[in-house]
Write a protein that binds this ligand. Structure first.
Ligand code: IMP
Length: 430
């Protein structure tokens, strides 16, 4: 019966990896439904740091983990992550949907080339070939994971793609140095991945009808959704909760909870509008304290105050039933905290977020100023975790209450550090 989705309500990097890892403990299956190696999550278990880009976070609990048809897979990276898990003493119980698309060297080359050609209009992609891989998918010329297991089909597809992309590279981008034919290399990846490839929707629906608990893990955040985010400054997949169903072949009746993850402030990596962005000393301080550097690219993240107008919109389009608020520890120690609760656009007050990049570029934030809370230090936070939600500083609880009211959803989880133990749980997802 129960399926639950975990999604980011901002621009990605809300701390979903930790939240999914925490919730995965009670799940039977964890499924990643969108994106590819553009995502990156860090999970700290017993002081040891684990970084994955493709592997669902539940792998560290030894759970059945899956990659849905809506993901795009860099096969070499996935094999490396399987090896990484094995090195940590875990034999991944992984299932990759045979319909998931494969990222090829062409995709990475064209991702970079298109950014260069766009110049000032560039998106600031992660350079992992994500956009071109999804473009091939919808153009119906992509290579799927299942094709890696069929040498004849793979050869036929790569021959066509090599011919097409060589022309695009030279005639559109004036690039002469192109990838070597990768058919044999990818066939070998296919051979190694074969034990993990299967029909995800069937196993997943059977599991759900048997009452097993399935956690759907979203990558990126609502504002990066290709349809509902700040287009064109978005990723190339649907990142919102509905996509868990569409990308995995599971009906909406199975989704009982949608947990929206909100970072206590905002960060964004890449280009695009950012209404509540801040610069200068405070931004630098939060970036350092919160280690706000891209897990995938290492780029410094842009920093801003919490934008509740945008988060409320994200909570709505996801059908959020509960919230996980992360990184309250990073925000501590500030005398005053600003929260954006309205926009001002050309002299008019606007209370509703509009996912329109041009509109958002014209908006200025209207802040309410809240009193901050003192940094209790590691021992202080540990004591609060032990004593539960009520032990949090009054100002911190007010902050959480405001987020909850704006999003019309209760707080299920509060995270005050990267470790599993740095968590206050108010309600279990399952
Ligand atoms: P792409 O997904 O690599 O095509 O990048 C498109 C936009 O999404 C860029 O602004 C990236 O920085 C951003 N992006 C993609 N994946 C993530 C993520 O996991 N966290 C944060 N931003 C991301």
């Amino acid at each position: 019966m129960p399926g639950a989705v975990v999604v980011g309500l901002q621009y990605g990097d809300e701390g979903k990896g930790k939240v999914v890892d925490y919730c995965a403990q009670k799940a039977d299956i964890v499924v990643r439904f969108n994106g590819g190696a553009n995502a990156g999550h860090t999970v700290i278990v017993k002081g040891e740091t684990h970084k994955f880009h493709l592997m669902p976070s539940g792998v560290l609990w030894g759970k059945r983990v899956m990659l849905g048809a809506g993901t795009v897979i860099d096969p070499k990276l996935l094999l490396d992550e399987i090896a990484q898990a094995q090195k940590a003493g875990i034999k991944p119980k992984l299932l990759v949907d045979y319909r998931a698309h494969v990222v090829t060297p062409w995709h990475k080359l064209l991702d970079g080339a298109s950014e260069v050609l766009k110049g000032r209009q560039k998106i600031g992609t992660t350079g992992r070939g994500i956009g071109p891989a999804y473009a091939d998918k919808v153009s119906r010329i992509g290579i799927r994971v299942g094709d890696l297991l069929d040498a004849g089909k793979l050869r036929e597809k790569t021959r066509f793609l090599n011919e097409l992309n060589s022309k695009i590279a030279s005639r559109v981008y004036s690039i002469e140095e192109v990838p070597q034919d990768f058919t044999a290399e990818y066939a070998e990846y296919g051979r190694q991945l074969a034990p993990y490839v299967g029909m995800l929707s069937i196993e997943l629906n059977m599991a759900l009808s048997e009452g097993r608990k399935v956690l759907f893990e979203g990558a990126q955040g609502a504002q990066l959704d290709v349809d509902l985010g700040t287009y064109p400054y978005v990723t190339s997949s649907n990142t919102t909760a509905g996509a868990a169903c569409a990308y995995c072949g599971v009906g909406p009746k199975h989704i009982k909870e949608v947990l929206g993850v909100v970072k206590a402030y905002t960060s964004r990596v890449g280009e695009g509008p950012f209404v509540s962005e801040i610069n200068g000393h405070l931004a630098d301080k939060l970036r350092e304290k919160g280690k706000e550097y891209g897990t995938t690219t290492g780029r410094p993240r842009r920093i801003g105050w919490l934008n509740l107008v945008a988060v409320r919109y994200a909570a709505m389009i996801n059908g959020t039933t509960g919230l996980a608020v992360t990184k309250l520890d990073t925000l501590s120690g500030l005398e005053k905290i600003n929260v954006c609760k309205e926009y001002e656009c050309e002299g008019k007050m606007v209370g509703q977020h509009k996912a329109d990049a041009e509109f958002l570029k014209r908006c200025k934030p209207v802040y309410i100023e809240l009193k901050g809370w003192e940094d209790p230090g590691p021992a202080g936070w540990r004591a609060m975790v032990k004593n539960g939600y009520n032990a949090l500083p009054k100002e911190c609880k007010n902050y959480l209450k405001l987020i909850s009211e704006f999003c019309n959803a209760p707080i299920y989880m509060v995270s005050i550090g990267p470790g599993r133990e740095d968590t206050i749980l108010l309600k279990n997802l399952f």
